[in-house]
Ligand binder design. Structure first.
Ligand code: IMP
Length: 225
């Protein structure tokens, strides 16, 4: 879904933001990923290739932490994208993601990272999910990722990636992070943690959203106006 079309394709070129003061203008467009998680920006850099300069919040230590106070993935991604893009020139990409479990009425959803009671504690989150799902025959779940692209403090477009699957009743595999050891994507017999990063990066909610965002960013200007 598009929130708004860019008014001017020239906006795609980085401008005089951080790193360019007094220096030469960049020759490639710049994308700032509103995350301090280097894995996310590495993945995005690899997908965009040499035609883009990809930075993240680690390149801007002065960036504040944007509170995720929204009730939806879209609200949170938009808060982060708009908040950071008010502070820096160029395109800003933010994402928000989580797990929806049908038997739990869609929980943990936007609260996925604190489901076990402690923000970012994946072991506690997984233990809590295993307990909540004990004895449940309905095992369907999905990972969702919403990405928002913003420029000059205004969200311009958003993209959603979803991967359907089922939950195991005990962790399987060592790879990935978060709920990966409990999630078997549809069409597979192993969890994301067992399938490994290459397979996950082809199927994942984040990869699907990112593919759309990259297509949008790299579309010829005549398609954007
Ligand atoms: P965030 O979008 O990085 O803030 O992720 C929110 C939370 O959702 C994470 O802390 C994980 O608990 C869960 N999550 C999001 N994406 C994944 C994934 O790809 N694998 C496993 N857990 C995930």
């Amino acid at each position: 879904m598009r929130l708004r079309e860019p008014e001017n394709f020239k906006n795609l070129v980085g401008g005089r933001g951080k790193g360019y003061e007094g220096g030469a203008m960049p020759t490639v467009p710049r994308l700032i990923v509103a995350t301090r998680n280097p894995h996310k920006s590495l993945e995005i850099r690899a997908m965009l290739g040499a035609g883009w300069e990809v930075l993240d919040a680690n390149d801007f230590p002065e960036f504040p932490v944007i509170e995720e106070t929204g009730d939806t993935f879209l609200e949170n991604a938009r808060l982060k994208a708009e908040g950071i893009s008010r502070l820096v020139a160029g395109w800003v990409l933010a994402d928000d993601s989580g797990l929806e479990v049908d038997a739990l009425g869609g929980k943990p959803g936007v609260w996925s990272s604190s489901f076990g009671g402690e923000e970012g504690n994946h072991a506690k989150n997984n233990a809590h999910l295993i307990t909540a799902m004990r004895g449940q025959s309905l095992r369907s779940a999905r990972f969702l990722c919403t990405m928002v692209l913003a420029n000059a403090g205004i969200a311009q477009a958003d993209f959603c990636g979803t991967v359907e699957g089922t939950l195991t009743d005990a962790p399987q595999g060592e790879g990935g992070f978060g709920y990966d050891p409990l999630f078997i994507p549809a069409g597979y017999q192993q969890t994301f943690a067992e399938l490994g990063q290459d397979v996950k990066n082809r199927l994942s909610h984040r990869a699907l959203a990112l593919t759309q965002a990259i297509s949008w960013l790299t579309a010829p200007p005549e398609k954007l106006v």
